[in-house]
Design a protein around this ligand. Structure first.
Ligand SMILES: Cc1cc2nc3c(=O)[nH]c(=O)nc-3n(C[C@H](O)[C@H](O)[C@H](O)COP(=O)(O)OP(=O)(O)OC[C@H]3O[C@@H](n4cnc5c(N)ncnc54)[C@H](O)[C@@H]3O)c2cc1C
Ligand code: FES
Length: 503
């Protein structure tokens, strides 16, 4: 077994208390129901309550333990490389709206922090996207040119505070970073009261548009005039968002670093081997976060190697020898680089969604809260059309064809794999394996004590075959990113049903 360093937990979660809101009790009517207490849901709830609406946030687990509790939490409109591409694909006007809206989201976070006096280590920082090889330099130059043309606070730099040389970087000034859970737990605490609620430990199973909408939960039905579904990938299949975006997992290791050696700013590289870097206050010192090693969810089994490569980078580039934490998470990547924010389908008038943040959801989910609250309040919003969730989607783009063919391959092809009969004896301690037993696909894990945990390998969402994730000890679905514990419990949407247990 490979030994990975660091506590297997998100620093953000480990350094803050777990929320303890009560579960939902049957029979309640509010103006707006919000499904999911991540940054998208909590921002929408906060803005709507501030505007005088009654809201009920319903969370299947605990507040901000999903993607938002595992992020890197850089708040920036510099999304690696995007502006040169957007200008080419969508034209200058739309690219400008993208930049402007993400800048506005940074200011929205700053305003909430200031007005609500949120103690969340919020600090203004410069953001950099850097090239570490000469071949990458032209992409950086094109990005600087595009960003300046769009009026963004961009410049080209060759010198940074990184302890290694770079070829060049795009620098955006006056961006920000924070402790994401300190921020979100504060927003969560301010929601209950005056007819508004937040419920932990309550899973939403379906939402029916009616007058009012019916939100079916595991603990009864909630009624609301409008419903916002912010479960990262919507649990409702009607909008086909699972076919307009794909799940990407990424990894983070964190180490205490001498403050004198800590880089000043937030950094991200480009290319396959990119690294994402930022620091955060830690005890009396500084914690350095090193991220990277992304891949499509459910397509890599030996995930330990991903952590080991990040550790190796920390050792060689920063001289680190001890790692405090390691964690991973995933986000939905949209095919046209724009998030989906708005109505679930063209025929829905009261069900809204926000998804496809493409690993830059601190600004984009804040933006989704701003847009969705405006739509529900009947106010015009300058960016709503650009991100319209029902827009004509590039189903025939190169990425979407590849990703949807890949889903088809998993749906059909994975069923044909390993048709030979096998037995639980084939599974070693600490290992997860797909077996065929009596003609059924079985996902089996043997724990360190030797006990077998067996579930049907068929994903309860839309029937793909799951794959083992060795570092997180979870079953991950390569089709739309649902994840399950070794006992089949749901770890990540869109799934709303547990995996079928096998005795
Ligand atoms: C490794 C990594 C690093 C990242 N770093 C950055 C960064 O530095 N800057 C940046 O801008 N973005 C970053 N992102 C992206 C950003 O973290 C996400 O886009 C954002 O957190 C998504 O928020 P969310 O509210 O959509 O999802 P979540 O935080 O996952 O919230 C969804 C909530 O819905 C709940 N839920 C699910 N199903 C149900 C149900 N049936 N009923 C009720 N509740 C349900 C979940 O439990 C969860 O709490 C990163 C992403 C990754 C993968
Ligand atoms: S997540 Fe859709 S089939 Fe598994």
């Amino acid at each position: 077994m490979t030994l990975i360093a660091g506590k297997p937990a998100s620093f953000w979660i480990d350094s803050t208390p777990t929320s303890t809101f009560s579960p939902f009790i049957n029979n309640l009517v509010v103006d707006v129901a919000i499904v999911g207490a991540g940054i998208a849901g909590l921002t929408a709830a906060t803005l709507l309550k501030r505007a005088g609406k009654t809201v009920a946030v319903i969370e299947s687990k605990r507040v901000a333990m999903g993607v938002s509790g595992h992020t890197t939490a850089k708040i920036t409109s510099l999304h690696k490389l995007i502006y040169a591409d957007l200008i080419q694909q969508l034209g200058e006007d739309k690219a400008r709206l993208y930049g402007e809206s993400n800048q506005a989201a940074i200011e929205q976070v700053a305003q909430l922090v200031k007005e609500e006096q949120i103690d969340c280590d919020f600090s203004r920082q410069s953001a950099y996207t850097f090239a570490d090889s000469p071949e990458q330099l032209s992409q950086i130059e094109a990005e600087v040119e595009a960003a300046i043309k769009l009026g963004l606070p961009a410049s080209f730099v060759k010198e940074t505070s990184l302890p290694f040389p770079i070829e060049g970087a795009v620098k955006f000034e006056n961006q920000a970073q924070f402790h994401v859970r300190k921020y979100l737990l504060h927003l969560a605490r301010s929601i209950p009261g005056n007819g508004s609620y937040l419920f932990d430990d309550t899973r939403v199973e379906t939402v029916d548009e009616d007058s009012p909408c019916q939100v079916q939960t595991t603990r009864g039905v909630l009624k609301a005039k409008d419903v916002i579904v912010t479960t990262n990938l919507p649990i409702l299949d009607q909008g086909l968002f699972f076919a307009k975006a794909y799940p990407k997992r990424s990894y983070i290791v964190a180490a205490s670093i001498d403050p004198a050696k800590a880089p000043d700013g937030m950094f991200i590289g480009i290319g396959e081997q990119y690294r994402s870097l930022r620091t955060t206050p830690y005890n009396d010192g500084v914690l350095l976060l090193i991220g990277g090693e992304s891949h499509k969810t459910g397509t890599v089994t030996q995930t330990e190697e991903r952590y080991l490569r990040l550790e190796d980078y920390g050792r060689t580039q920063f001289g680190i020898d001890t790692f405090e934490y390691r964690w991973s998470t995933q986000d939905m990547v949209s095919f046209d680089k724009l998030p989906y924010i708005g109505k679930l389908t063209p025929v829905n008038n009261h069900i809204y969604v926000a998804t496809g943040f493409s690993l830059w959801g601190m600004t984009k989910s804040t933006l989704s809260g701003m847009i969705l609250s405006d739509l529900i309040l009947g106010r015009s919003n300058p960016w709503a059309d650009l991100y319209d969730a029902t827009r004509a989607t590039p189903f025939i783009s190169e990425t979407s064809i590849k990703e949807n063919l890949d889903v088809g391959k998993h749906w059909i092809g994975d069923r044909l794999k390993g048709l030979d009969e096998s037995s639980f004896a084939d599974v070693s301690k600490g290992e997860g394996k797909l077996l065929t037993i009596d003609g059924n696909k079985v996902a089996a894990y043997r724990d360190e004590k030797g006990s077998i945990h067996a579930v049907s390998a068929v994903c309860p969402h839309l029937g793909c075959i799951v794959d083992w994730n060795s570092a997180e000890k979870s079953w991950d679905c390569p089709c739309h990113g649902s994840r399950f514990s070794c006992d089949g419990q749901i770890l990540q949407a869109p799934g709303v049903k547990e995996m079928e247990r096998i005795q």
